[in-house]
Write a protein that binds this ligand. Structure first.
Ligand code: ADP
Ligand code: MG
Length: 284
């Protein structure tokens, strides 16, 4: 990333993306220490960071560097030991877990590496779940869930169970679930960690479209530099500290990359028809 811009330039451009001066995410001196009795694990050691509306940030760093700890705090799944977190200008570091859960359900969509779908539940029902917690009227839930599935290109798979979907399709269901309450912030912790390279680019295509067409703020964790190239800004963690904060140069555009990749059909043996008429049906 030597050709990338310096930290101060990155912050300046980050600020210029803002529609107003309030960052979507403002972290001030965030520490997280896990107390394991005999030892204390210092997972985050003073993180200060602003992320504005419409940004697309990739968080990188070695295993154990604190990426997931940060995402869980930003996603209101956990609280910092010390420091302040402002979400859309509101100090959420002082809120109870109950109030955090409420904010999370209104503002934040979270996507995990392992998809975390309920296995005996259809795609449609998986996507509907967060609308129940958010108190959406029953008549409205299914409509919203179908709309979210359409946004990730899965209108034809609403009745399928996770085991009947490929890994990429399962992750798209998980993205639809994250979108169903219309969050302003989409967080994804290693969303392509379990996917092959073409499927990973398809997922990045969805994130890029949500970011550019719907103005959604996107923050992903990845350890793959190729995947970080699809973001607009890259932050690197080391030992619980931020080591780098740069703008991505020569950003990859998934919609341009996809046609250059072998399509899944080309993996099939030429001239031999699949006896089931289906392919890639199992999770991988
Ligand atoms: P990353 O996502 O970058 O791999 P994590 O945020 O998961 O890193 O972990 C950062 C550090 O905190 C690691 O040393 C990890 O072992 C430790 N850690 C994470 N979660 C817990 C926990 N619930 N209890 C104790 N230690 C934890
Ligand atoms: Mg992690």
């Amino acid at each position: 990333m030597s050709e990338n811009l310096s930290v101060s330039q990155a912050s300046a451009v980050g600020a210029s993306l803002a529609v107003d001066d309030t960052p979507t995410i403002r972290l001030e001196g965030i520490y997280k220490t896990y107390d394991l009795g005999e030892v204390q694990v210092h997972a985050l050691r003073g993180i200060s960071l602003d992320i504005y509306r419409g940004e697309f940030v990739a968080i990188m760093g070695a295993s154990g560097s604190g990426k997931s700890t940060l995402m869980n705090i930003v996603g209101c799944l956990d609280k910092p030991t010390r420091g302040r977190y402002f979400l859309d200008g509101k100090d959420v570091s002082v809120l109870s877990r109950h109030d955090l859960a409420k904010i999370r359900s209104q503002k934040i969509g979270f996507v995990f590496q392992q998809f975390n779908l309920l296995s005996r539940t259809s795609a449609l029902e998986n996507v509907e779940l967060p609308t129940i917690y958010a108190g959406v009227p029953p008549a409205e839930r299914e409509r919203r869930a179908r709309e979210a599935l359409a946004r990730v290109g899965l209108s034809e798979r609403t009745g399928h169970f996770p085991s009947q979907l490929s890994g990429g399709q399962q992750q798209r269901v998980a993205i639809a679930r994250a979108l169903v309450n219309n969050p302003s912030l989409l967080l994804a912790d290693e969303p392509t960690g379990n996917l092959d390279s073409r499927t990973s680019v398809e997922i990045m295509d969805i994130f890029q479209r949500l970011n550019s067409e719907h103005g959604l703020t996107v923050v992903i964790v990845t350890h793959e530099p190729d995947i970080a190239q699809y973001a607009k800004r890259a932050i690197e963690f080391r030992d619980g500290r931020m080591k780098k904060d740069v703008l991505i140069q020569n950003r990859s555009i998934a919609a341009e990359v996809l046609p250059t990749l072998p399509s899944p059909d080309e993996d099939l043996v030429q001239g031999v028809e699949n006896p089931n008429g289906s392919r890639n049906g199992a999770a991988h």
